[in-house]
Design a binder for this molecule. Structure first.
Ligand code: XIL
Length: 404
C-alpha cells in the first residue's frame, strides 16, 4: 500500500530516491500514482546549498521558562495542545506514553480512524486500535479527536476499495461510514476532521476542488453531505474541514488559501454544519517565503465567517538543512516560533496539535527523509523524549499568546 499522491516535480527533489521510485505505482481508485510530496513545496533556496531560515522575529536562544508542560502552558491561555499518536507506539513504549500524558491535553489517532484501519471489509468495522487509544485518552484525562472521515488518499483506503466502490454503491457506503464511525464516539469526541484535503488547485477546476473518487461519484455536494451526515450522528462534535499548503507567501499557497476560503464561504452560505478550519501546518525548515501578515489576514477572514481554527498537524521538516543538529534544531525552533507567534495572535485559533510528539515516531522519517540518512528532527521531543529547542519555542509561543 502506498501513501503516495501527485505533486509538482519541484518538491520531489525533497524526497529520497526510494520515494521517487514509488511514484510509478498506480492508485487503487484509478487515481494517478502520487506521493505525500504534496505537503512539501519547493523551498526558495538552492537545494544544493541548504541555507538556514533568517533570524526569527525574536531571534532569542529559545531559553525555556521552566518545566511546565506544553498542555499547561496552552491551557493557561485557553488553548488545547495535543499530538497525533500511533496505537502501537503508545501501547508498547512506556517512555513515549508517559511523554504523551505529560505534554498533551488531546490526542488524535495518526492511523487508526482511517478507512484502511477501520474497514477490513465493505460490510465490517474494526474499532479495536482506535478504541484502545480512546480508552487511553479517557484513562489519562485527555481529549480525543477524530481524523479523518472522508479523504481521497490512496494509501488510507482499504485494499478492497478500488474494486468494490462504484457509482451505484458509493453514496450508501459514504453515508454508512460517516454515520457508523461518528455514532461510535457520539458525545465523547472533541472534534472530527470530516473532510480532508478536498482542494487541489493543479486539478484545474474553477473552484479548486480536488478530483477525488468521492467528487466523481457524488458530485461537488459531497462535502456538504459529509458534514450534514456527521452532524446528524453527533450534534455535539466540532466539525472541521482540514487541509495543507496554506502557510507560505507563494502563488501556490495564496491560490489555495483563496480556494479554501471560497469553499468555506459556500458551505456557510448553504447552512452546512461546519464549525472550524483545520490547518495542517506541515512547515519547511529553510523556506523563507513566510509572510506573517498575509497569513494573519487569511486567519481573520476565516474567523469572520464565524469559524474556529485548529492547527492540526504542525511539524517542521529538516531534510534541506545542514546535518549539524544544533544548527538544524535552531532553524526548526525558529520556524515554530515565527509560525505560532503569528497564528496564536488570532483568538479563533483554539488548538495546536503536532503530527507526532517525538522524533522517534514521525511520518517524516519515511516521507521527508534526509539524503544524508541522518534521523530527522521535526518535533518538540527528540527520539529519547528529551525536550528540544522546538519545545522551548512552542513553550514561549504559548506563554506569549493572548488569552482566549
Ligand atoms: C500520514 C501518516 O502520518 C503516515 O504515517 C501515513 O503513512 C500517511 O498519512 N496529512 C494528513 C495525515 O492529513 O492523515 C497524513 O498522515 C499526513 C498528511
Amino acid at each position: 500500500m502506498n501513501y503516495l499522491r501527485s505533486h509538482t516535480s519541484a518538491s520531489e527533489r525533497l524526497f529520497t530516491r526510494r520515494q521517487t521510485l514509488l511514484l510509478g505505482l498506480g492508485g487503487l481508485t484509478g487515481l494517478g500514482a502520487s506521493t505525500l510530496a504534496h505537503q512539501f513545496m519547493n523551498p526558495s533556496f538552492n537545494l544544493t546549498q541548504p541555507t538556514l531560515n533568517p533570524p526569527t522575529l525574536n531571534n532569542f536562544n529559545f531559553a525555556s521558562l521552566g518545566n511546565t508542560p506544553l498542555r499547561q502552558r496552552a491551557a493557561n491561555k485557553g488553548l488545547i495542545y495535543g499530538a497525533a499518536v500511533r496505537q502501537y507506539a503508545v501501547s508498547s513504549d512506556t517512555q513515549f506514553a508517559q511523554a504523551v500524558v505529560r505534554e498533551c491535553a488531546m490526542i488524535v489517532p495518526e492511523w487508526e480512524l482511517k478507512w484502511n484501519f477501520l474497514r477490513p471489509t465493505p460490510s465490517t468495522f474494526d474499532f479495536g486500535p482506535a478504541d484502545w487509544l480512546f480508552n487511553f485518552a479517557q484513562t489519562n484525562g485527555l481529549l480525543f479527536r477524530g481524523h479523518t472521515l472522508i479523504w481521497h488518499e490512496v494509501g488510507a483506503l482499504p485494499q478492497w476499495f478500488g474494486s468494490v466502490v462504484n457509482f451505484r454503491n458509493a453514496r450508501q457506503l459514504f453515508l454508512d461510514h460517516i454515520t457508523t464511525v461518528v455514532n461510535h464516539y457520539r458525545g465523547r469526541i472533541h472534534s472530527w476532521d470530516v473532510v480532508n484535503e478536498a482542494i487541489h488547485i493543479p486539478d484545474g477546476r474553477s473552484n479548486g476542488l480536488r478530483n477525488t473518487p468521492w467528487l466523481n461519484w457524488l458530485g461537488e455536494d459531497y462535502i456538504n453531505l459529509a458534514f450534514r451526515t456527521a452532524a446528524q450522528a453527533d450534534p455535539n462534535a466540532m466539525l472541521v474541514y482540514n487541509d495543507y499548503g496554506l502557510d507560505y507567501d507563494t502563488p501556490q499557497d495564496e491560490a489555495k488559501r483563496n480556494a479554501v476560503l471560497r469553499l468555506l464561504e459556500r458551505l456557510k452560505a448553504q447552512g452546512t454544519p461546519i464549525h472550524a478550519l483545520g490547518i495542517q501546518a506541515h512547515l519547511i525548515g529553510g523556506e523563507t517565503r513566510f509572510n506573517a501578515q498575509k497569513l494573519r489576514n487569511f486567519l481573520t477572514e476565516v474567523a469572520n465567517l464565524g469559524l474556529k481554527i485548529l492547527i492540526t498537524e504542525i511539524d517542521v521538516t529538516d531534510n534541506q538543512l545542514p546535518i549539524n543538529i544544533q544548527a538544524r534544531d535552531q532553524t526548526v525552533a525558529g520556524v515554530y516560533q515565527d509560525y505560532l507567534a503569528t497564528v496564536l495572535n488570532e483568538r479563533a485559533v483554539v488548538a495546536v496539535l503536532n503530527w507526532g510528539l517525538s522524533d522517534r515516531y514521525t511520518w517524516l522519517t519515511e516521507f521527508a527523509a534526509r539524503s544524508d540518512q541522518a534521523p530527522v528532527r521535526p518535533l518538540p521531543l527528540d527520539d529519547q523524549m528529551q525536550r528540544k529547542l522546538a519545545w522551548n519555542a512552542m513553550s514561549n509561543a504559548f506563554n506569549n499568546a493572548p488569552l482566549r
